[in-house]
Design a protein around this ligand. Structure first.
Ligand SMILES: Nc1ncnc2c1ncn2[C@@H]1O[C@H](COP(=O)(O)OP(=O)(O)O)[C@@H](O)[C@H]1O
Ligand SMILES: [Mg+2]
Length: 485
């Protein structure tokens, strides 16, 4: 049987069957014991009555037992009364009167063990199976004179009624049991189906999902393990679908971002290739060359933009790959900050921004120095780009508890609250054209976030429109504060 439902139902049926059969057998055995015991008690009583009836014929001075017509008469009449066969035996076990005479056992010596027991003074009984009359009960009791056995009375009772009663009970029980097993079997099939039904549905959904249909959801019923599994499946499906959706959007964004510079390059390259420039009137003094140069510069700028975009995309792809490797070393964030401030000084001057170091407390972190540098460069560059001329960008490094904190604060225009939750998303820009003009790709903060998270840290932003923006990076500090030497 290959299906789980079949196996469950079959096991259930077998267990019920075995239990019912065992119960039937136990009840029947108990019933038989009880019936037999009752019959035995009754047979002993009857035997004792017979012993009392025949005892007078065993008294000393009576005629020999085998020729006593009185004894045979008593034996016969009691046999009729009790419905059993009654035999009287002498002290040697010889039959002296048989209620079934003349054909009976008269004259034969009986050697049954119960006869021997009775002749030794103890009543005994035994159940025997006779091919002719079925189950019979032999009961033998001694006839005593002066407390000594001088003979015995042998009572043979048919047990046919017990056997029949037992058969009747057995029939009823088997019928009842079959009904019970049938009901239990049906209940088992229903229960098994209720367990495996959802599993089957789930399997179909998983198969469809495997073929790429991510819209699969399975209705959750009840709160058992299968329901939990189903819920987990649904959540997974939702996450996969969202992930798929994000990937699609990202791809569309990438295509869109690439399209603009490519279109610009094309728009300039085509007239150049054709040798005329429809946007500028042709002039005789050779100023065409100047136009060409202008176009070429513009194209170079667009190509550079493309290069930056592709570079950032590659970097993000590397950082998001599960195989990303950090080259870890101990990095002092204060040193790192000083280096970055130095390298961006010219950019700051060009942007007219006052770029300055706040308090730079030495803090060691274990991390990839180049990538951490990239974090700071991206944040400071954003500050220079979006704070605007005449503003200040300040970098602070501190240690708080077991954490290293790196802050980049500006007093620029700030960011409206509705943008803050999306700021670290790929290609999210508050002002697209402004970002573009400044050479932004929209990927800087996504890269920052990814690098910081790879280092086990977090990055957050606080901004108030009109007051400025502060980005804060938290990283686990390597160990105690560095001693100043
Ligand atoms: N210091 C800041 N002040 C104001 N706006 C900022 C600041 N830093 C980042 N932003 C906003 O967040 C957006 C995303 O930043 P980023 O991911 O670095 O992309 P971009 O390439 O545009 O700089 C920027 O386009 C800008 O709108
Ligand atoms: Mg940026």
């Amino acid at each position: 049987m290959r299906s789980l439902a079949g196996r469950l139902a079959l096991t259930h049926l077998l267990v019920v069957l075995i239990a019912v059969a065992a119960m039937d057998a136990l009840v029947l055995v108990a019933f038989e014991r009880l019936a037999l015991h009752q019959r035995q008690v009754a047979a002993f009583t009857e035997t004792n009555i017979a012993v009392n009836l025949v005892e007078p014929y065993y008294r000393p001075g009576c005629p020999p037992l085998e020729s006593s017509p009185g004894l045979l008469e008593v034996v016969r009449s009691y046999a009729t009364q009790s419905g059993s066969r009654v035999l009287a035996l002498d002290g040697s076990g010889r039959v002296v009167a048989d209620s079934m005479s003349p054909a009976g056992y008269t004259g034969r010596t009986l050697t049954h063990p119960e006869v021997a027991a009775a002749l030794a003074g103890r009543s005994a009984s035994r159940r025997r199976y006779l091919p002719t009359s079925g189950w019979v009960l032999y009961t033998v009791a001694p006839v005593l004179q002066d407390k000594r056995p001088v003979g015995a009375v042998f009572l043979a009772t048919s047990l046919a009624d017990v056997t029949q009663g037992l058969a009747g009970v057995a029939r009823t029980m088997v019928l009842g049991s079959l009904a019970a097993v049938l009901v239990a079997g049906l209940a088992g099939v229903a229960a098994a189906r209720s367990v495996t039904g959802p599993v089957v549905r789930l399997t179909r959904a998983v198969e469809r999902m495997g073929r790429g249909d991510l819209g699969q959801r399975v209705a959750v019923r009840g709160r058992d393990e299968v329901a939990t599994l189903t819920r987990a499946f649904n959540e997974m499906a939702t996450r996969l679908q969202e992930e798929d959706e994000r990937r699609r959007e990202f791809l569309a964004d990438v295509a869109h971002e690439l399209q603009t510079p490519v279109a610009a390059i094309r728009a300039m390259a085509e007239p150049m290739a054709a040798g005329d420039d429809p946007s500028a009137p042709r002039q005789a003094d050779g100023s065409d060359l100047e136009v060409y140069r202008e176009f070429a510069r513009e194209m170079a700028g667009q190509a550079e933009r493309l290069g930056r975009l592709v570079g950032d995309l590659l970097e993000l792809a590397r950082l998001e790959s599960p195989k990303v490797r950090l080259t870890c070393e101990e990095v002092d964030l204060a040193d790192l900050a000083r280096g970055v401030l130095e390298s961006l000084r010219r950019d700051a001057e060009a942007a007219g921004v006052d770029l300055r170091a706040g308090s730079l407390e030495p803090v060691l972190v274990v991390g990839d120095g180049l990538r951490l540098e990239q974090v700071l460069v991206n944040l400071v560059t954003n500050g220079l780009r979006y704070a605007g001329a005449g503003r200040t960008v300040r970098v602070d490094v501190s240690r708080e508890g077991g954490e290293a904190r790196l802050r980049v604060a500006d007093d620029g225009p700030g960011i409206a609250p509705e943008h803050l939750p999306h700021l670290f998303e790929r290609f999210y820009r508050v002002d697209r054209s402004r970002s573009r003009r400044g050479g932004g790709t929209g990927l800087g903060l996504a890269i920052v976030k990814r690098i910081v998270e790879l280092h086990g840290g977090s990055v957050s932003v606080v901004s108030r429109p009109g007051e400025g923006t502060t980005f804060e990076v938290r990283l686990p500090a390597a160990r105690g504060p560095v001693k100043m030497s």
